[in-house]
Design a protein. Structure first.
Length: 416
């Protein structure tokens, strides 16, 4: 089967985090016998050799000149994941015209059996016209911010509606995203399936030695209880809630302090980092909250392994999908403390491999973490179940198999 994968995020060099989950899925398609070409906008940072692509072909297209003007995608288009940056509207007009023509030329030449567009905008729209004219099945996946962008003006809504109307299958990694697409963008609920992005359990696995070594490098005490949060520093990640919970562990509010020091390590960068650093200082917990900035994806295993608990305090600002970092932490046998939004309930079962709490509730986060500090046997049992769920349900091989089964069905239906 020939699969054309459309994306505006794909790793451009070793360790690049941008679109790493798209690449992992494409590599698994190849391992399961498919022929895969990724079609993505050009970016000056690309340094990929064919030998490094794991059997995936890469086709990039240009939509603006000179090459240095290519600044869309690759995690740079949105401002705090709440609105598009100003220049993105101008460049977007070029992408939606010249990029669309380039994508359609590739489709005409390559004649794929199926098209898989990650993000309804721009990629679902770029593929929809050619898919409809040529009778090629289109699958659209909604990772998160595209649902917000698609609702920002009437033109974007029309583009998204065209893509959804053409698609034979629409996937989302949270029920919240499905609701937005159906309610605000006219997507057919009958076309939906909730399929998350997964993880490679061989690449990410428990490694206490790597975690201990990284703790030492970061200056964390060996007996400190470490919470880890990973993600872009944007409002929807909700890291302010876990920062606000930190004083509750020290007895600063009249509570009984925990017997262990609690440290919070936050990996990532973004528009609200300075605000959250100021919040930690204002609360007097700056010594316990460690902002380490961006970390290459291929170095993240040690960070997941240094943690005792992984926290994902997502909030609805705006609606989001499941963050891949939750799966990564589960692969390293970590219990998860997460909110009930953003797809977290798709992989975290309360009391089985972690705890689910209401969003924007520092007290609930603190209570869940405190329980895991005080009950180490429970913490280990929940972490072991996290790892088991990855191996049995959420490894890439299982998720790719689900997609390929859908692709085969859609291709057969197109032939009738």
């Amino acid at each position: 089967m020939k699969i054309g994968v459309l994306t505006h995020n794909y790793p451009r060099f070793a360790g690049d985090f941008s679109g790493s989950f798209v690449e992992a899925l494409c590599r698994e398609y190849v391992r399961q016998g498919a022929e895969v070409t990724v079609v993505a906008p050009f970016d000056p940072a690309y340094r990929r050799a064919a030998a490094d692509l794991g059997g995936v072909r890469l086709h990039t297209y240009r939509y603006v000149w000179p090459d240095s003007a290519h600044r869309l995608g690759y995690m740079r288009t949105m401002r705090a994941d709440l609105a598009m940056k100003g220049e993105a509207y101008l460049l977007g007009a070029l992408l939606f015209t010249l990029g669309k023509a380039a994508v359609e030329r590739w489709i005409a030449q390559a004649q794929p059996d199926v098209l898989h567009a990650h993000w309804v905008l721009p990629n679902g729209y770029l593929a929809a016209g050619a898919a409809a004219r040529r009778g090629i099945p289109l699958v659209v996946s909604i990772p998160g911010s595209d649902a917000l962008v698609a609702g920002q003006n009437p033109l974007f809504k029309r583009m998204a509606r065209q893509a959804f109307a053409t698609a034979g299958l629409i996937t989302a990694n949270s029920a919240d995203l499905r609701e937005v697409a159906v309610r605000d963008l006219g997507a057919d609920p009958a076309k939906f399936e909730l399929i998350i992005y997964g993880v490679d359990p061989q690449a990410l696995r428990p490694d206490p030695e790597a975690g201990a070594a990284l703790r030492q490098r970061l200056g964390l005490a060996a007996d400190s209880f470490v919470l880890l949060g990973v993600g872009r520093m944007v409002p929807k990640k909700g890291f302010d809630s876990i920062i606000q919970a930190m004083p509750l562990f020290s007895g600063a509010h009249g509570d009984t302090p925990l017997p262990q020091r609690v440290d919070l390590v936050l990996v990532g960068d973004g528009d609200t980092r300075a605000t959250w650093e100021a919040l930690a200082r204002a609360l007097g917990v700056e010594a316990n909250v460690h902002f380490v900035g961006s970390v290459p994806y291929d170095q993240m295993g040690a960070f997941y392994n240094l943690a005792d608990v992984f926290v994902m305090p997502s909030v609805t600002q705006p609606v989001d999908g499941l963050n891949v970092c939750v799966l990564d932490a589960m692969a390293c046998a970590k219990p998860i403390v997460a909110t009930v939004v953003a797809g977290n309930p798709l992989v975290v079962t309360d009391g089985e491999n972690g705890f689910l709490v209401q969003e924007r509730s520092p007290g609930s986060l603190a209570a869940a973490v405190t329980r895991l500090v005080e009950q180490p046997a429970l913490r280990l049992a929940l972490g072991a179940r996290s790892r088991q769920r990855i191996e049995q349900e959420f490894a890439w091989q299982h998720l790719a198999r689900r997609y390929l089964a859908h692709f085969e069905r859609l291709v057969e239906n197109a032939k009738r």
